[in-house]
Design a protein around this ligand. Sequence first.
Ligand code: ING
Length: 315
Amino acid sequence: MTRELRIGAAQLGPIARNDSRADVVVRLLDLLSQAEAAEVELIVYPELALTTFFPRWHLEDDDEILSFYEPSMPSPETKPLFDAAAEAGIGFCLGYAELHTSPDGKVHRYNSQILVERDGSTVATFRKIHIPGHEHNEDWREFQHLERRYFEPGPDGFGVWPAFGGLVGMMICNDRRWPETYRVMGLRGVELILCGYNTPIHYAPDPGQDRLQSFHNHLVMQAGAYQNGTWVVGVAKGGVEEGVHSLAESAIIAPSGEIVARAETDGDELVVATCDLDWCRNYKETLFDFDYYRMPEHYGRITAQRGAVPPQEAP
Ligand code: ING
């Protein structure tokens, strides 16, 4: 009996700055009902799926900044989603800005994803590790990318959890561009990685990359899937959001690295595939049999260093 899991990548189009959470939850519920009709068992929503991508602005007013975070999850506005999903027996992954008070009373701001099983139980909350962009307003830019002002890196690293009949991990947006993200989860045997993203097409530090955003998006997820023998589900908030063109191109990627399903629009769209989790073994037990082939004795630099250190002698 194969371990098949029917997955829906629930891509969102733009969310306006003044869209309420209730407005957004209506769209999430509509995608959930499409998922139910398609016999989907796990629906994956994008990064920061409840609000507009607010790091594009240098906000000054603390109350306005705080208005973009969720002090609890579920919250009154998202409870209808939790209830409808449990009622339908569909699990989900939802990206949101998290306000978290740790046991020592310190308030933390994370870019988070919650994973909920088909019975409504919470599997885990992942907090984004690689925080891109910059910390202070840079007025030379058409728009900001101030994630490093609004979020701190997650404290828990990359987890892998038994769920949906397999081993499931999570990453958020910029995490997908770093090979370490996949390999750390690969070393825990991950079979399915869920990833929401909000990716502006224009990359101010090097506009030459703009034309390559779609290629880079799929390149990194396809490589990560193949090199670790895992499924990867990448889900966009795309379209022109508050004047910023954002990449769509949501995709479901097999352990072979092949894209088996992809979005055709840059709006709200459910992309569905039946994912055979046993396909992972075709790679984990052959080409990428880590225990047989990896050479960690030669990989020391990867954890010993943060930045590159060139050799001292002349080139
Ligand atoms: N967004 C972007 C991402 O990594 C970015 C940041 C945009 C990086 C464009 C490179 C080019 O996809 C988030 N939210 O991490």
